[in-house]
Design a binder for this molecule. Sequence first.
Ligand SMILES: C[S@@+](CC[C@H](N)C(=O)[O-])C[C@H]1O[C@@H](n2cnc3c(N)ncnc32)[C@H](O)[C@@H]1O
Length: 250
Amino acid sequence: MSNDKAKQSQPEQKHKTIEQAEAEGKYIRKIRSFVKREGRLTKAQARAIETLWDTMGLTHSGGMIDAATLFANNNPITLEIGFGMGKSLVAMAKAAPERNFIGIEVHRPGVGACLGEAEAEGVSNLKVYEHDAIEILADCIPAGTIDTVQLFFPDPWHKAKHHKRRIVKPEFIESIRRVLAIGGVFHMATDWENYAECMVDDMKDAPGFKNLSATNDYVPRPDSRPLTKFENRGQNLGHGVWDIQHAKKD
Ligand SMILES: C[S@@+](CC[C@H](N)C(=O)[O-])C[C@H]1O[C@@H](n2cnc3c(N)ncnc32)[C@H](O)[C@@H]1O
């Protein structure tokens, strides 16, 4: 691969300031669900991005995806938002070769770690974005094409003054409803009780979903969800875990 091609196929780097982007007429959301931590890439993560991005990477500038072409099959798709270091996403993809997986994460070392783990585990049914999930949902995922959306241990932004940064809010839920197929499932998990309660409340108010809980709040932890890094950390701190699943209605 020539150097030029390698450069083109790397995930986009954003050097623009918000002011420059706005001057070009681009709308920029100022309240984000993450703070971009540049964090140093390990050699292994950098190598994984360099060598695997061409086959596994997806970019926001690529626009709407055509999943059947991308994966060369029509298997159902699981979309995971905020996969962290990707270990549990890769484990799920390996355990379900009859499905396709798309991961979205803004943390570059996490993306590198996920690609390296996928290679080590021989996983080929996984594609990855390094980008804000809000923009990927709006600009890259066609309506009604996703079987399952996973949001595991989103940043809880536990101080009340930071709750506006929480990713789960009515507009986000509507963007999930749009991409899900009828009957598709939106699965959230958190170890932060107040966030879990807000998730259930927001979902109650959202049109187009049916809670899959017999008690209209939480479901038992599904066996299909491997222990994630943040769940493990929460468990060590004595936190509880709440799983919330809703299906998209007709
Ligand atoms: C608390 S961590 C949980 C990671 C992983 N799901 C786990 O359970 O170990 C939340 C992750 O979501 C990512 N994130 C937050 N907002 C995001 C967004 N808008 N788009 C993509 N990733 C996001 C963060 O970078 C972080 O890695």
